[in-house]
Design a protein around this ligand. Structure first.
Ligand code: FMN
Length: 327
């Protein structure tokens, strides 16, 4: 990738943080700025819309949605770790019909785009979900979770394998006219191969990463701490892994990549953008402060102003260099 020239920013000129996340899609998916919320950490957005000016965000990604409502995994479902969290929520959600009936009409009155995150057990589940969401007012795009490590319905087996990841993507693309973002798992031996297969199958953008599979033990009980035994690790602990995977994937696909994993501050977000991400998602940081995405956005603006950068696109991939051997 060519390094973009640094354009100087003058206070009287507005800064441009907007980004096109689906440049190959007929409708496109334009965000006014690159800050999104990560699925499962910001509910349906409606929970926060009375407290925060959520319209300021680039986009909201809602909780993972399945064909039928789900109660989720047995408690406990959350365990704090050093610099992160292990969760095994198990895709607790209201189901797609209730989402279309109760949430989408509210989203239709917002100008911030809402992206629906979907999960299924079979390719048909995913295709059916995409079909149901197609054309529903208030829904701007679909994010496909083929990466939840906590339940069978989370599609992690699809996401770990390039062939099945491509097949799910193709089936969803055939079932909807909405832009399709595919969310990749780090729990695979070669994320670049999965990314390539998903891109070839027609994805409009990629989000990465979902959580890393992990375990915690309750030593008093001599048992795994989480009700589901294993969970997904997220938060600052996974940031270097996520950053590396973004760096790796942008070099093999010609699609916008959305970086996610441990982003807590504006400088975290800027690292992802410099590694090649076109947008970023704030996840676990919302659990301690739902202000986090707003602070991240403000910090990116301040950085651009300080550095004299007029367009966010000038920062994308600014740190990309040839990789060396590190052992
Ligand atoms: C409590 C919790 C629930 C989550 N639920 C979902 C989900 O429903 N669908 C999904 O694709 N990712 C889900 N994730 C993963 C996040 O969206 C994100 O990919 C991951 O946590 C890494 O980002 P972070 O370190 O900023 O949290 C969840 C994460 C957490 C912590």
């Amino acid at each position: 990738m060519m390094l973009a020239p640094k354009l100087s920013y003058h206070k009287e000129l507005p800064m441009n943080l907007s980004i096109q996340l689906a440049p190959k899609h007929h409708q496109g998916l334009r965000l006014t700025n690159p800050v999104m919320t990560a699925s499962g950490t910001f509910g349906y957005g409606t929970e926060y819309s009375h407290t925060f000016d959520i319209q300021k965000l680039g986009a909201i990604v809602c909780k993972g949605t399945t064909l039928e409502p789900r109660e989720g995994n047995p408690q406990p479902r959350l365990a704090e770790t050093a610099c992160g969290v292990l969760n095994s929520i198990g895709l607790q959600n209201i189901g797609v019909q209730a989402l279309v009936k109760e949430k989408a009409p509210v989203w239709a009155s917002w100008h911030v785009p809402v992206i629906v995150n979907i999960a299924g057990e079979t390719i048909d589940d995913y295709a059916r979900l995409a079909e149901i969401l197609d054309g529903v007012a208030g829904i701007s795009a679909i994010e496909v979770n083929i990466s939840c490590p906590n339940v069978k319905a989370g599609g992690a087996e699809f996401g770990a394998n390039p062939k099945s990841a491509g097949e799910v993507t193709a089936a969803i693309k055939a079932a909807t006219s909405l832009p399709v973002l595919v969310k990749l798992t780090p729990n695979t031996s070669d994320i670049a191969k999965v990314a390539t297969a998903v891109a070839e199958a027609g994805a409009d953008a990629l989000s990465l990463i979902n959580t890393l599979r992990g375990l915690a033990i309750d030593i008093a009980k001599r048992r795994p701490l989480l009700g589901n035994i294993t969970g997904g690790l997220s938060g600052p602990a996974i940031k270097p892994v996520a950053l590396y995977m973004v760096y790796e994937v942008v070099s093999v696909v010609d699609l916008p990549v959305i970086g996610c994993g441990g982003i807590t501050t504006a400088s975290d977000a800027i690292e992802f953008i410099m590694a090649g991400a076109s947008a970023i998602q704030v996840g676990t940081a919302n659990l301690t402060s739902p202000r986090a995405p707003f602070d991240v956005l403000e910090g990116i603006e301040q950085f651009m102003e300080k550095e004299g950068i007029a367009n966010l696109t000038d920062l994308i991939g600014a740190a990309l260099v040839e990789q060396g051997i590190n052992c």
